[in-house]
Write a protein that binds this ligand. Structure first.
Ligand code: GRG
Length: 303
């Protein structure tokens, strides 16, 4: 299978940040111009929130690893990051994780109040659909292509994925989960969107079913590795380093991989998932010269 280009994780993340931030900035301005304050301002605030853009980088790398060349793939990356952005707005609300700091800034409800932040989170759901639809136009994938991509993104964002995982996570509060239960929560809450980012890259490139499945297998493993690394960082990092409140899991008595496996055990488990991720690609003949470094980055990152 011909890979269009290979890049280091840091090159990919830099590119993903540049192209995604530019598109989200355009959407932020559009929404601020059409939605009255304070709701429009909250939408802009949430969209401009400076994330690492790991999911965007996974879209770009997956797309190119199976031969995609169009720059319009940036719109798919922006759509995934829009879903991620609204999930963070809601995750931080007092009725969920009740946090004050996100991406080094006050959370949206700390800046605009709970009612406005709640509304802004919901308003971004159809915005994500619009961002995806514009990207599909740019990619020329047609209505069936857009249909497949929309189903992938919003199924991952729904009850079978992110929302379902969040539900299980909230329902488990105050109860110590075992490893299979923890995996079940995070396969939905964090993993589903990361998996979708990888699958979307393949769909956008018009890849065949076995290739899409390999990208999905990679995404599944890397999604779990990502959450394990997140748990380790929450336990070992500082709020300044993370841009969010460190030690929040312990403060909320959450079940985490660190709680179940210890810091070193959790790190080893993340490595195992990363190795399995790359093995999915190798089995299907999907080049891993960019997705491999991204897998390494995901388990070794410091923020
Ligand atoms: C509003 C319909 C609707 C649904 C929201 C709240 C919720 C449902 C889901 C929670 C999903 C969630 C926040 C999962 C945690 C994922 C996670 C580990 C986030 C941190 O990701 P990073 O490190 O963050 O990539 P940055 O800031 O770099 O993007």
């Amino acid at each position: 299978m011909a890979e269009v280009s290979s890049a280091s994780a840091s090159e990919l993340l830099t590119e993903a940040r540049e192209v995604t931030d530019a598109l989200l900035e355009r959407w932020a301005r559009r929404l601020e111009a059409t939605v009255s304050a304070p709701d429009g301002a909250a939408l802009g605030y949430a969209l401009r929130s400076p994330g690492k853009r790991v999911r965007a980088a996974l879209v770009l790398a997956s797309y190119r690893s199976v031969g995609g060349t169009a720059s319009a793939i940036a719109g798919v990356a922006a759509a995934v990051e829009t879903v991620h952005a609204y999930s963070l707005v809601h995750d931080d609300l007092p009725c969920m994780d009740d946090d004050d700091l996100r991406r080094g800034r006050p959370t949206t409800h700390r800046e605009f109040g709970v009612a406005v932040a709640t509304l802004a989170g919901y308003l971004l759901v159809p915005v994500a659909a619009q961002v995806l639809s514009e990207a599909a136009d740019g990619l020329g994938v047609g209505a069936p292509g857009l249909g497949r991509m929309a189903a992938t993104l919003f199924q991952a964002g729904g009850i079978e994925g992110m929302v379902g995982g969040q539900w299980l996570d909230l329902e488990a509060e105050g109860r110590l989960l075992n490893l299979p239960e923890l995996v079940n929560v995070h396969r939905g809450k964090t993993g589903a969107l990361i998996r979708a980012a990888c699958t979307l890259g393949g769909l956008a490139a018009g890849a065949g079913v076995p290739t899409i499945e390999a990208l999905g297998g990679y995404g599944e493993e890397i999604g779990l590795a990502f959450q394990i690394a997140d748990d380790v960082l929450d336990a070992t990092g500082t709020s300044t380093q993370l841009g969010k409140t460190a030690g929040r899991d312990q403060a909320l008595s959450k079940s985490t991989y660190v709680r179940v496996l210890g810091v070193e055990g959790a790190r080893a488990e993340a490595e195992r998932h990363a190795e399995r991720a790359v093995a999915h690609l190798a089995r299907a003949g999907v080049p891993s010269s960019s997705l491999g470094p991204l897998a390494d980055y995901i388990v070794t990152r410091s923020s």
